[in-house]
Design a protein around this ligand. Structure first.
Ligand code: ADP
Ligand code: MG
Length: 261
């Protein structure tokens, strides 16, 4: 396919693993049965970099993110996250996952627990913090996402945007070095999208390393250091927001943008 054979942009596929990379993905392939969903992905994400991933439904964006904390078995290739090789047979998955916060489209909060209990559960269970430390930092996190006053509320009493902000605070509670977002605003009513994007924007501003799968093209354009366009299990094109949104090279990207912009 001529599109896939198109030369990479400068800086892409630079060869050796950069020791400053938080995430280093080489030749990643993922199949479900005979369905090859990821067909060879190469990505480096630098410390503090914000990478937005866009692309049509079914192109493999979620599968790619899930491979980054080994929620999926990796069929071929290598994935290094925070220096840990996830394809090592003896990899300590708990250690990997403590470094990575993940936020999904659906919030998956524990309904029988309060907001604060949702946030303090993992750090206390995994003995990262005492109950009191976890409570303190949980309140700090709630302040950060603007929900201090909801500490004792049950998730059911919150709006979708508030639930998602709690889910982000919960992911941050383990003090991860990397945050992954998979369409974190797609299930929200439109009026709540902005408050969640603002929390992600704030994280970008304090230098959090992030991979953000999103349909919010305006957000990607504004916040991303780099935008990756995935199609049919490959990175079809990547570049700065300006390059991707104003100077798309590939016809598949041009067609995609014509539909979503
Ligand atoms: P996207 O997030 O870009 O919409 P996905 O990564 O969710 O794409 O899906 C890519 C492809 O992988 C789809 O064809 C989907 O059906 C398939 N797929 C995803 N997860 C599974 C699974 N657990 N089992 C089988 N097929 C899957
Ligand atoms: Mg998806």
């Amino acid at each position: 396919m001529s599109e896939q054979a198109h030369p990479a942009r400068p800086g892409e596929n630079s060869g050796s693993t950069d020791p400053g990379s938080k995430i280093s993905v080489r030749g990643l392939k993922k199949s479900f049965g005979t369905n090859e969903v990821l067909k060879g992905i190469d990505v480096e994400v630098a410390d503090g970099e914000v990478v937005c991933v866009i692309g049509p439904s079914g192109s493999g964006k979620s599968t790619f993110l899930r491979c980054l904390n080994k929620l999926e078995d990796i069929t071929a290739g290598s994935v290094l996250v925070g220096g840990i090789d996830l394809t090592e047979p003896k990899v300590d998955l708990n250690k990997v996952r403590q470094q990575i916060g993940m936020v999904f489209q659906h919030f998956n909060l524990f309904p029988h627990m309060t907001v604060l209990e949702n946030i303090t559960l993992a750090p206390v269970e995994l003995k990262k913090q005492t109950k009191e430390q976890a409570r303190q930092s949980g309140m700090d996190l709630l302040k950060r996402v603007g929900l201090e006053e909801k500490a004792d509320a049950r998730p059911a009493s919150l709006s979708g945007g508030q639930k998602q902000r709690v889910a982000i605070a919960r992911a941050l509670a383990m003090n991860p070095g990397i945050m992954l977002f998979d369409e974190a605003t797609s299930a929200l009513d439109p009026e709540m999208v902005g408050e969640v994007l603002q929390v992600i924007r704030d994280l970008a501003a304090v230098g959090m390393t992030m991979v953000v799968v999103t349909h919010e093209m305006g957000f990607a354009r504004e916040v991303a250091d780099r935008v990756i366009f995935m199609a049919d299990g490959v990175i079809c094109e990547q570049g700065s927001p300006e390059e991707i949104f104003s100077h798309a090279q590939q016809s598949r990207l041009q067609d995609f943008l014509a539909k979503v912009l």
